[in-house]
Design a binder for this molecule. Structure first.
Ligand code: GBH
Length: 575
């Protein structure tokens, strides 16, 4: 097993090679040799080598491998790379393989980032602390105690980011606002003028360059002052969020027409309040998770109604929330228990937020029924642990003008009702289902990311059929790299090629109204509890030097070529 090395490692390539014994070491060794050559040519210092396993060791609950005690299925070892993703095959990508003609002429070609992951400047110019500052500074929760204190320093290097955006030829850029940079204590009682100036400049620069901004109001970084009042578990947070949203609509809405209120409420509620692996690090299984999710939905609904009533008439923009979801299929297709578990798995992830907003104004029936009956069985005093929406507040139903989807991976789902979680007070126990990785799927980089591009197509179709015919923006999708930096990231090129091909099929064959695609991410950045050991960027950021130089990956060059090609080939139809 591989011990992570310090970021300023001076080991030779040979020593590094011996230090890292991952199953994919031959692939990585080759890549590292290539990188060594590049580093000479580009004067790029060698990157730190981090173990491909180091990140997964952080996880308290590792992704279960394919193990099953019912039905029949051979159990194969999980591979880290398949043949598909380790070949230098993507040259044909731009020329032949992605059929760009199926994308509508006004398709949004984007990349996404989030404030805490890139900005740094954590205490500069009056920014207040957020829960992620506290979580990182407390140490122990993040790989090698990395922090977002500096990150890509986009607070001071915005112009460098803008050059990257222009180099890619993006039509859209998705960024998030650091709530505590704008409102240091989270409330509109104190506005930080430097924060307003920063986002004004970013927005103005984007527009001047012909790039449409999409702005997320909340991407995991709650102001610490609000956490001190109870955070997402408190009822009051919904009104406080509404005031923040109103402030942003008023201040930036003359120029910003695409808004995301909350990014991935599932992740914030589950990882932040159930598992405790994300800030604010609360481990309160089976209870806080539903409360936090509920207050996020209330907050979102209030913000949407505010926009709808007070801003839409003048500003004519659109507001939604970004929901993450795996695609899920039964582990054993013929097994009715796995089939039912798969429906629950989808309901407890995507349905938890999509059903109230797009379908019924309430949680999925399966969540209501399961949490109610298990609350009784487990002797919960307060009745069901799943809160109810009050009739005195705006309903979440209809509070989205488009569907915003973050897709990364897929799972095979097995029934858990007879297992150890049966009498456990927990979200997974309520769900009664567990997602596992199919051994035929390549795992690239971070351990949870099984690469399944056609899962995205299936998910898009499912959303259209189950939730809404509104336009869909894929607001995040990407591929990670760990270990030695590979600027010539052929595997990621292959991934984008396959994925865009699947998106094209969803548009042309399944008739899904996909309006745009945002690659995660513009830059290598602070990847939450994996720190800087996992890289999702289209640009590499050299974190070992203070300049934090941005270097385009081959996948960035190829993404740019696809965008250029699509934009030159598809013109608006003349009337
Ligand atoms: C996105 O979430 C985030 O919006 C973005 O900020 C982030 O950088 C990007 O993913 C890449 O990770 O470790 O087994 O507990 C994607 C959804 C859900 C994927 C939580 C990782 C953790 C699995 N994420 N999941 S585990």
């Amino acid at each position: 097993m591989c011990n992570p090395e310090p970021r300023s490692s001076t080991l030779s390539v040979g020593q590094r090679r011996n230090a890292c014994r991952s199953p994919a070491r031959s692939v990585r060794r080759g890549a590292h040799r290539l990188y060594s050559v590049l580093s000479l040519r580009l004067h790029v210092p060698l990157p730190p080598v981090t173990s491909s396993r180091a990140g997964s060791e952080l996880q308290s609950t590792p992704i279960p491998s394919l193990q099953s005690n019912h039905c029949c299925c051979p159990i194969l070892p999980v591979k880290r790379y398949s043949r598909r993703y380790d070949r230098n095959r993507s040259r044909r990508y731009v020329q032949a393989l992605v059929d760009v003609t199926v994308f509508p002429h006004d398709f949004a070609w984007g990349a996404a980032t989030a404030a805490y992951q890139i900005e740094g400047g954590w205490n500069m110019d009056g920014r207040g602390p957020s829960v992620w500052d506290t979580f990182c500074h407390a140490k122990g929760g993040v790989f090698e105690d990395h922090t977002g204190d500096v990150a890509c320093n986009s607070y001071q290097l915005w112009e460098e980011d803008l050059k990257c955006i222009q180099q890619l030829g993006l039509t859209h850029y998705r960024l998030s606002i650091s709530w505590s940079r704008l409102l240091p204590d989270g409330t509109t009682n104190h506005v930080n003028p430097k924060g307003v100036a920063y986002y004004n400049k970013v927005i103005d620069d984007l527009i001047a360059c012909g790039v449409t901004p999409m702005i997320t109001l909340y991407h995991m970084d709650l102001p610490q002052a609000l956490q001190d009042l109870g955070g997402w578990s408190s009822t009051e947070i919904a009104d406080i969020f509404e005031s923040y949203a109103r402030f942003c609509f008023k201040t930036f809405g003359d120029r910003v027409k695409l808004w995301i209120t909350l990014n991935e409420p599932y992740v914030c509620a589950k990882l932040g309040h159930e598992d405790g692996t994300f800030a604010p690090g609360i481990k309160d299984p089976g209870i806080s998770v539903y409360l936090a999710g509920h207050n996020m939905l209330r907050a979102h609904a209030k913000a949407w109604h505010t926009y709808n009533t007070h801003f839409r008439p003048l500003q004519a923009g659109q507001v939604s929330l970004a929901l993450n979801s795996d695609w899920a299929e039964p582990l054993h297709p013929g097994c009715p228990k796995d089939a039912a578990a798969t429906e629950r798995y989808k309901d407890f992830s995507l349905g938890w937020f999509a059903c109230p907003v797009f379908c019924t104004g309430d949680y999925p029936e399966s969540m209501r029924a399961r949490i109610q009956s298990r609350s009784l069985d487990l002797g919960c005093k307060q009745g069901s642990r799943l809160p109810r929406f009050s009739k005195d507040e705006p309903s979440p139903l209809g509070t989205a003008d488009f569907f915003a989807l973050n897709y990364y991976t897929s799972r095979k789902v097995k029934d858990l009702n007879d297992g150890s979680k049966k009498s456990e007070l927990s979200f997974v126990g309520d769900q009664g289902a567990e997602g596992v990785v199919d051994p035929s799927w390549p795992i690239c980089g971070v351990h949870w990311l099984a690469v399944v591009p056609d899962g995205l197509r299936k998910l898009l179709k499912y959303i259209k059929e189950t939730y809404t015919s509104l336009p869909i923006y894929i607001t995040e999708n990407g591929f990670s790299q760990m270990g030695p930096v590979q600027i010539e990231d052929a595997d990621r090129c292959q991934f984008y090629q396959d994925t865009l091909q699947e998106v094209g099929k969803a548009i042309s064959q399944d008739r899904v109204n996909v309006k745009g695609y945002f690659a995660w991410s513009l830059l290598d950045n602070f990847e939450w509890n994996h720190g800087y050991s996992v890289r999702f960027g289209l640009f590499h950021v050299d974190f070992s030097t203070p300049e934090l130089k941005r270097i385009i990956y081959r996948s960035g060059r190829e993404y740019a070529a696809v965008i250029r090609k699509q934009r030159s080939q598809t013109k608006p139809r003349s009337i």
